[in-house]
Design a binder for this molecule. Sequence first.
Ligand code: FES
Ligand SMILES: [Fe+2]
Length: 370
Amino acid sequence: MTIDSGRATSGNQERLRAAPQSVYTDAALLDEEQAAIFDRDWVFIARAGAVPDAGDYLTAKVGRRPVFIVRQKDGSIRAFANFCLHRYARLLDGCGSAKRIVCPYHSWTYDMSGALIGVSEREGFADVDKADLGLQELSCEVWLGFVFVSRNRDLEPVASRLGALADHLVHYDLSACEDRYAFHEEVWAGNWKLVFENFVECYHVTHAHKRSIGPTNPTSLAEQGPQNHDHFSVHYNPYGPDDMPEIHNQDLDENERSYLHVIGVYPNLLVAVDPNFVWWMMLEPEAIDRTNSHWGLSFSPLAMRGMKDPDGYAEAVRETIAIATEEDKDIVARVQDGAAFGASEPGFLHSSLEVYVKEFRSYLDRMLGG
Ligand code: FES
Ligand SMILES: [Fe+2]
């Protein structure tokens, strides 16, 4: 099944149509998406600051597959399937730091590079050579402090496919941003695509974010970014003149001083880059109508050095973004509920403010073979 948004012409204007309701309610489609997208593409997992020191690990899902990332002694980050080679028990939970991994079931033991180093009651496994065994490793790449993982070993590097996006972000040292807040369980009562689509369209900001970013970054000021990139979209939600942020990063140009860059990296990374902070979100589809997100806030060291009360500033940002998240969660749940009707006639997309919803659909169609 493909999910082409469909197009119709009205006079001379091309009319963009929303996806049919069924793409948010058809459980079989989620299986196809897991296989064609989450099993094949780069999937965002976490900020690198989640695992700052050797032995630090973090668990997550690539689609529905349990994985973990772990910082190595040489400073690199590696990713492994999170199951034991003996009889498949999940090895690690949440995040933490360890010198070795001991399976809770029968205590097979692995080092932090994934090698099997201990088998309990060894005599019962005389034919098993542990030197040959190790946890299944996945591709892992860190780009501007964002950690991506893939089961696919043959993909174009993230840095290469997102080079044009990096060009937009050269004045923000995203790799150096301090990863101050990270939340690993934020369950949305909606399909993962709704969460993504909601983030990359600026039509709703004034209307749905009345208690948070709507008044400061109104829809009326939104500017479109470049179009037709295969792996990402970016647009801008500027602050209004009365709500301009303090600026301490002198590298920012005139536009960047007011812009909130709103970025979607397909399939599951959402980022808002403010002059002073980064709001990021990772999506894990759990069911056709349920999505977990890991999200967090990272702060520019230049900005924080310049703030009179950096801790107070960070906390105020966290409060605002938590409200914005609640507002978005309510909207996504409403759309999921409405789509349950099962109408065959598709809805509509704003011809510019929702153009990135269409672009995301083009990506989905490509991956699904449409
Ligand atoms: S499942 Fe891990 S030791 Fe048995
Ligand atoms: Fe929103």
